[in-house]
Design a protein around this ligand. Structure first.
Ligand code: ADP
Ligand code: MG
Length: 367
């Protein structure tokens, strides 16, 4: 099922009664989600992710704009009639019911032509449970399950009605690190097996990057960039997106363009064409550094952290806007850790230039 969001806007009265005014939680959101794809909706807390998801689900009514499922305008349709499955961070299972009863629950309220026989309900519940691999746990109560298992029950409950669209709001946030990794792979597998168009909300960029066909990065209710995870990472539209994606994060420095060269302090680090002289903000991905004797960029060496396959070199430079510059270098490169300085050449495709005032990307050729 293709999902289209058209000029979607949500304005709330401010929660701070004294201050008054309004909060534009989602501002003119446009997106076309292709049939069968998994979209990662990504951004810091408060940027409007949940509000967007609740509008798709019908739990909240947009202030303006339209929502289409396929060719159907569902903007005015109630949640029950949209054919969606919802999964929340806190599982929201019924504690007094068994796993099986929890999964069956949405089917028992079907009415009219949707009504199922007892056998059909049982079969659907078992199929959903099997899909999320909890079919052995059907007679347990939620408090007899681990967090990961509880979230699987919640996913099975969302799937049992065979939704047209699956909506997940930070579904992994309550799980510990190892389970989070495992469950996200599970969600991806289930999504691929069922082919259900899915919107996955998270504030965790790594999570979104790892499982999404397409990510949408939001800030303060406004979509910043939409695209395949790798494309957005390799070609960020502004400093916010560049900083939000990647671990370790991008290194950010002050610099300038002068006479066709990019300068960091006195160091001419790269050549540039297609833009004029100006002060800029320079973003360098951690993997964008090459160790070089007499390299272009000179830094003070602070520390070398061994990570096995790679080493992380921690250095400082007066132009850096972060406390340190962190580069990731293949461990085969031997660096004398007792030295005081380190110098690098930069890989042009890992370096982005941003307008100092607007923080928008400067589109130019860096060599
Ligand atoms: P996210 O899920 O990205 O953390 P939300 O969509 O929950 O963000 O919230 C977006 C903004 O809208 C926030 O500033 C939040 O405080 C505000 N907001 C959300 N729901 C309400 C509400 N019911 N009333 C007032 N403000 C709200
Ligand atoms: Mg939220």
């Amino acid at each position: 099922m293709k999902v289209v969001l058209q000029n979607l806007t949500k304005v709330f009265p401010s929660r701070d009664k004294k201050a008054g005014g309004e909060v534009v939680a989602v501002n003119d959101f446009n997106l076309e989600i292709p049939d069968g794809k998994l979209i990662g909706l990504l951004g810091p807390s408060g940027c409007g992710k949940s509000t967007t998801l609740y509008m798709i689900s019908g739990l909240q009514k947009p202030t303006a704009g339209k929502i289409f499922f396929g060719e159907d305008d569902v903007t005015e349709l109630s949640t029950e009639n949209r054919g969606i499955g919802l999964v929340f961070q806190n599982y929201a299972l019924y504690p007094h019911m068994t796993v099986k009863q929890n999964i069956l629950f949405p089917l028992q309220n079907l009415k009219g032509s949707d009504k199922l026989s007892k056998e059909e309900m049982q079969e659907r519940a078992y199929n959903a449970a099997k899909l999320v691999q909890i079919d052995e746990l059907m007679d347990r109560k939620p408090n007899e399950l681990s967090g990961g298992q509880q979230q699987r029950v919640a996913i099975a409950r969302a799937l049992v009605k065979m939704p047209r669209v699956l909506l997940l709001d930070e579904p992994l946030s309550n799980l510990d690190a190892r389970l989070r990794l495992q469950t996200r792979e599970e969600i991806r597998r289930i999504q691929k097996e069922t082919g259900i168009t899915t919107v996955f909300v998270t504030h965790d960029q790594e999570e979104a990057m790892s499982i999404s066909d397409m990510i949408v990065v939001m800030k303060l209710g406004v979509v910043q960039q939409t695209g395949k995870p790798q494309d957005v990472y390799d070609d960020p539209t502004n400093l916010f997106v560049a900083k939000f994606l990647g671990t370790p994060p991008i290194n950010v420095l002050e610099g300038k363009i002068q006479g066709g060269k990019v300068y960091i302090g006195q160091d001419a680090v790269l050549e540039v064409s297609g833009t004029g002289d100006q002060d800029v903000i320079i973003g360098i991905r951690p993997e964008g550094f090459e160790l070089a004797e007499n390299g272009a960029l000179h830094c003070q060496l602070s520390n070398v952290e061994v990570m096995g396959r790679d080493v992380s070199i921690v250095a400082t430079n007066p132009a850096s806007l972060n406390p340190v510059i962190r580069s990731i270098i293949n461990a085969d490169n031997k660096l004398d850790v007792s030295r005081e300085t380190v110098s690098y050449n930069l890989k042009p495709h890992k370096v982005f230039l941003f307008n100092k005032e607007t923080e928008e990307r400067i589109r130019c050729e860096v060599k």
